[in-house]
Design a protein around this ligand. Structure first.
Ligand code: NCD
Length: 482
């Protein structure tokens, strides 16, 4: 792995340990004052969202490993402010010479998208995600686990408690994903203001306690990971002043915790760490922040040395599951809606009530919607569980492959009947595809596919889950619209 885009790319604890070990090799160079001559190329560090620690440590890290740096803070100093798309922006930077690109943005999935754009345009530039909206903060996760291992000597068999805003805090989202790679790490979740961890992130997590508005379950934890409320991302009407008083970790509380507890915080701290423990040895947030330097030196060094393209090939899939051929005459006897079709497709056994939506989707699925489309709604059906079905008839068009697979996903009982005008009718069933590109819109308005004018949506279908390839949120098929 050379680009570091999201925790989902880490497939095992070994992947994680590779970075923890690598960062350790950088410590002496990180401590040494001064910089080597910048002979290894150029790092562009573009912090479109506010940043002190991440941007600063990337800049320092790049200089310490011999990269020339250009840091752009905020959108104000680029044409993005004029409404330029991230696509056009990144291509311009790549053409001005760029050997590694670090980005922070409020747009989810943007770093992955830009890594793909660079690759597709022939630029061998690794991309590092320095935080994208509420989605992921993968380099923070790496330095956090580096710090835990440095302090405890291990990254397994303990309990970690996350507290604060677990809905919008990307550092927590990245860290719980990492926990899933490790052995016997139990999790305690203490949210405030109802800002709980999203359900899709809880899957496969060993949660031993989950509360809202209460710090006390943290007393049994070996590590406490406190976070601020992400006010800038919250659009819900929440009285922040009430929350702010309810979870201050102060000396009194810390004394009730485990004796050797590690209190971590990604910073910035707003109110959640009491002023009375700023210099307490149990609070290790300054060490965490410093560890960002060797970790980011290694991330950049590895990215430059070991460039690897992303795997963007989507293997073509054989989606046909079942095929039966009968005489068209016979079919017409049984279903009167077959009669108007000599040549074309009868999309049968659609969930009753779904036809209207599917009609609007057909164009996106490559069907020529200028041709007549007939729809029969709420027809009696012996095989559909509701006793009713919708049917769509397409003249002179045979739909197969991916389009048919997508229909299967929307309406699992669907049968595709193809009439080729030869007196035969082929009754087909298709499996849902593993990837769907450019058909549905991602329901998350902050997903890059809804922000960049050139971007196409991309959903991955895994074990029945429909996952956006960019913001990595899972959706129900009924919530997807074209
Ligand atoms: C965090 C971030 O930006 O997500 N800070 C950081 O990078 N160290 C945490 C936060 O903003 O609350």
């Amino acid at each position: 792995m050379s680009s570091v885009l999201s925790v989902r790319d880490f497939k095992s604890a070994e992947n994680l340990i590779y970075f923890l070990d690598g960062a350790k090799t950088m410590v002496e160079r990180a401590k040494k004052r001064g910089y080597p001559p910048p002979t290894r190329g150029k790092a562009l560090i573009q912090m479109k969202e506010a940043s002190s620690r991440t941007g600063g440590s990337f800049e320092e890290a790049a200089a310490k490993i011999g990269l020339r740096t250009r840091e752009i803070q905020g959108k104000d100093h680029t044409s993005l402010r004029k409404g330029e798309s991230p696509y056009d922006d990144i291509i311009t930077h790549a053409n001005q010479e760029m050997d590694v690109y670090v980005t922070r943005t409020k747009v989810e999935g943007e770093s992955r998208y830009l890594a793909e754009i660079l690759q597709e345009n022939g630029h061998k530039v690794p991309v590092i995600n320095g935080g994208d909206g509420e989605h992921d903060h993968v380099t923070q996760m790496l330095l956090d686990w580096y710090t835990i291992r440095q302090k405890m000597g291990r990254i397994d068999n303990f309990t970690i408690g996350f507290c604060g805003d677990l809905t919008f805090g990307r550092t927590v989202h990245s860290n719980v994903q990492a926990v899933k790679l490790l052995t016997n790490v139990k999790v305690v979740l203490c949210s405030f203001g109802g800002l709980k961890l999203p359900e899709h992130l809880k899957k496969d997590l060993n949660i031993v306690d989950e509360v809202d508005g209460d710090l006390s379950p943290l007393c049994k934890c070996d590590v406490i990971y406190a976070t601020r409320i992400q006010k800038e991302r919250i659009i819900l009407p929440i009285d922040f002043s009430l929350i702010e008083k309810s979870y201050v970790i102060n000396r009194d509380f810390l004394d009730r915790c485990k004796k050797n507890v590690l209190l971590m915080h990604p910073q910035p701290v707003v109110f959640e760490i009491g002023a009375d423990i700023r210099n307490d040895s149990r609070l290790i947030m300054d060490e965490q922040a410093w560890n960002g330097l060797p970790m980011r030196m290694f991330i950049l060094d590895n990215a430059i040395k070991n460039y690897q393209p992303l795997d963007l090939e989507i293997a073509s899939e054989d989606l046909e599951e079942d095929k039966r051929t009968i005489r068209a005459e016979e079919a017409k006897k049984r279903g009167k809606y077959f009669n108007p079709v000599e040549k074309g497709t009868v999309i049968d056994h659609l969930k009753a009530g779904s036809a209207h939506y599917i009609e609007t989707l057909l164009g996106q699925l490559g069907v020529d919607i200028s041709q007549p489309i007939l729809t029969a709604k709420n027809m009696p059906s012996d095989t559909c569980s509701s006793g009713e079905k919708d049917v769509i008839l397409l003249h002179d068009q045979c739909i197969k492959g991916k389009a048919a697979g997508v229909l299967r996903l929307i309406s699992p009982g669907v049968t595709i009947n193809i009439l080729e005008g030869d007196g035969l009718m082929h009754k087909l069933k298709f499996r849902p595809p593993h990837n769907i590109k450019g058909v549905f819109k991602c329901p998350n308005p902050m997903c890059i596919t809804n922000i960049d004018r050139y971007a196409k949506s991309w959903f991955e279908i895994q074990d029945g889950d429909i996952l956006c390839h960019y913001d990595e949120r899972t959706f129900n098929i009924s919530n997807l619209r074209s």
